[in-house]
Write a protein that binds this ligand. Sequence first.
Ligand SMILES: Nc1ncnc2c1ncn2[C@@H]1O[C@H](COP(=O)(O)OP(=O)(O)OP(=O)(O)O)[C@@H](O)[C@H]1O
Ligand SMILES: [Mg+2]
Length: 238
Amino acid sequence: MSEVLLDVRGIDAWYGRARILDDVSLEVRRGEVVVLLGRNGAGKSTTIKAIMGLVSRGGTGRIEFLGRRIDGLAPFRIARLGLGYVPEDRRVFTGLTVRENLEVGRQAPRPGLPEWTWDELAALFPNLAQMPDRLAGRMSGGEQQMLTIARTLMGNPACILLDEPSEGVAPVVVDQMVAAVDRLKAAGVSILLSEQNLHFARRVADRAYIIEKGRMRYSGTIEQLEADADAREQYLAV
Ligand SMILES: Nc1ncnc2c1ncn2[C@@H]1O[C@H](COP(=O)(O)OP(=O)(O)OP(=O)(O)O)[C@@H](O)[C@H]1O
Ligand SMILES: [Mg+2]
């Protein structure tokens, strides 16, 4: 098995006095696409935000990325180490063009990692390639979602955290997202994505975790989860 890139061990997370995550652990290995599944409000976004240092963790547990501890680091430092984050609310700069949005995300190249050029991003997201000068505020939700991912890639990450990439986008965009995730994986970028249902996840992911009420309930390959009707019924059925 390949090296563990992102190692999350026993973390909690709090919003004020409300404990949202309880002893959550997960790992992402080099080259893997891992999905974090769970119903509405289960704690998927909070897990991703906790990894990025965006929510209070109460000092428990530890998080390692590329063999170094990142819990306690400021979010921008974590991003600079090569951990990209695409939040669930797409945050494009609406007054900037596609190309300008991408420039904003540019970071120094990182040894051993693909350096994304406009041509490579254009191959990854063909629809963005057709509108380099379009204002982001005039794009559809799905196009904005693609642009947010592309902008994150401009930071040359080793791993990206994708929060519900298929949520609220048209089926045709979901297909493009599947193709993009496959090509990212082929380019050596590891991915942790969150999803509410299995439909998108089963098309892209190697392994799955399921979180419920802030606790990790399930871990297995996608094939194991497909074969486990009880787990799906218990943790994912709505
Ligand atoms: N800023 C906040 N303040 C207080 N509680 C919050 C806050 N954000 C989320 N929560 C609570 O934390 C819990 C987990 O929320 P989270 O957003 O992580 O869920 P999720 O699995 O991402 O759900 P969804 O599928 O709807 O995106 C929920 O009970 C939610 O109400
Ligand atoms: Mg969420």
